[in-house]
Every structure is written in C-alpha cells, then in structure tokens.
Design a protein around this ligand. Structure first.
Ligand code: MF3
Ligand code: CO
Ligand code: CO
Length: 259
C-alpha cells in the first residue's frame, strides 16, 4: 500500500477539481423533478462539465462506464447508469455522483435529492442519516487519529438509527488517480495501523440501507442494488487532512456541516 501525501501545489489543484464537482451538484438541483430521465440529467451534467467548466468527467469511459455521472435511484446502491428509460417519479430518492478531472487531478462528491413532495418519512430519515454519518466522520478527522475510527463512527451512528452499512464498497484516496490507497471502510474493521497525517486526501462515501446490508451487481455489470429491495442512500465528500483538523474540499456554497 502506498498512501501519497499531497503537497500544497497538489492540494490547490485537487481543491479546484473538487469545487468543480461540487458546482455540478449545485447546478443540477433545479432539474431534479418528476418526469425527467436520468439520461437528460446526465447530458446536462456532461455539457456543464465539458463546455462551462472545460473539465472532463472522470466516470465517462472509466473501466468502460458509459456515462458522465452515476445516478442511483431508490434501491440502487451506487453506480447507476443514466438511461432514457429511467424516469424520475414523485417520491423517489436519487443519488448523483460526480467525479471531474481538471489539470490532471480528480475531485469526487455525491449527494441525495428528494424527487417531488411525496418521499416517505423513512426514506427522508435514511437520507438524513447517511448525510449525518458522513458529517460525524468528518468531525473526528485530524492528524494522529487511526483510520478505522471513520468506519467505527459511521457504523455506530447508522445502526443506532436501525439502518445498515453497505460493506462491499468503500471510500478511497484520490488525487492524481481517481482511486488510490487507502481504502476508507464505512464500518468498523481490523485496525491496520494507518494513522491520519496532514496532506492525506481521500473520500468518505457511506452507502446505507433501510433493510439488510447485502447488495448485488446487476447484469449490466455496473448497477448495484440492495438484495431485499429496500432503499439505499449515499453522500460523498473529498476531504483533506490539515495540520489541525480537516478541510472538506467538495463543500457546496449553501452546505452547512453540523453534527
Ligand atoms: N464516483 C464513484 C466513487 O465514488 C465511482 C464511480 S466509477 C463509475 O468512487 F465507473 F461507476 F463511474
Ligand atoms: Co468516490
Ligand atoms: Co463518487
């Protein structure tokens, strides 16, 4: 395992990419309404990234992924492929995951959107719990703490709300590579002895389910769904470990982090 410590020049570039990704999520908000297809959402994001931002989508063509963002509705856990046939409807919950490449550095972030005015109480609570689990993990970040604490705090909080944490997918180091060491688990696991250091940059991206944590890969070889068909929610930020704590590189303008 090789964890790259980023210098200030690299951090500046990663921050720029992260802010571009965050701005895609800000921009797309008004389009998330019943009746729009996920293909249309993808195309709006694609045009914004390439034409307005002069950046590249990191997902387009990544290991053969065919679209510019991942869009995951309801029981889709992650890596949903935008499609003309997938139409948002009143009451859906949807994750949009944006990764951009700019100046040779990556930025990666995702959030949930509620579609229309009919989202169930339990799905709203699921989304809120995913967001707060991410915020609680961000809150403990500082040099000297052990990496496994991130997963421990997320799992403890999510299970206290009677939801479950997906184990098959994790966060990741990021920088000159889309995915690099270390893996960031969202549940408590063996302590590999990794200690957070200033200059580390990684994502935290908990996926949590209403029911069981088990998931499966569908036959398009990308879309991941819950086995028990219950809804799943995810929030993702790219974070930097600083000398005194952390900085959320993908923070959005109107976003307030609270614990
Ligand atoms: N953005 C995802 C992540 O958070 C990865 C998507 S890979 C894709 O790591 F190929 F599915 F787009
Ligand atoms: Co990621
Ligand atoms: Co992502």
């Amino acid at each position: 395992m090789k964890i790259f410590i980023k210098n200030s020049k690299e951090i500046k570039k990663i921050y720029t990419s992260c802010q571009l990704a965050a701005k895609v999520l800000e921009m797309i908000k008004t389009y998330i309404i019943p009746g729009i297809s996920t293909e249309e959402i993808n195309n709006i994001c694609h045009n914004y990234i390439t034409k307005t931002q002069k950046a590249k989508s990191a997902t387009l063509g990544y290991k053969g992924f065919p679209k510019s963002v991942c869009i995951s509705i309801n029981d889709v856990v992650c890596h949903g492929i935008p499609s003309k046939k997938e139409i948002l409807k009143n009451g859906d919950i949807v994750n949009i995951d944006v990764t951009v490449l700019y100046n040779n550095y990556y930025g990666d972030t995702s959030k949930m959107f509620l579609v229309g005015n009919n989202v169930s109480k339990i799905s709203k609570l699921l989304c809120l719990t995913a967001k707060k689990s991410l915020y609680k993990a961000i809150n403990i970040l500082k040099p000297g703490i052990r990496l496994y604490k991130i997963g421990q705090i997320i799992q403890k909080y999510v299970e206290s709300k009677k939801f479950s944490v997906v184990k098959n997918y994790c966060g990741h180091g990021i920088g000159k590579n889309f995915h690099e060491d270390p893996q960031i688990l969202h549940y408590k696991s063996y302590d590999y002895g990794i200690i957070l250091r200033p200059g580390m940059v990684f994502t935290i991206e908990p996926m949590i389910n209403i029911g069981n944590h088990d998931v499966y890969l569908t036959n398009d070889n990308w879309t991941v769904k819950t086995i028990d068909k219950t809804n799943s929610a995810q929030y993702e930020h790219t974070v930097l470990i600083t000398d005194i704590g952390s900085k959320v590189l993908t923070i959005r303008k109107k976003e307030k982090i609270y614990f």
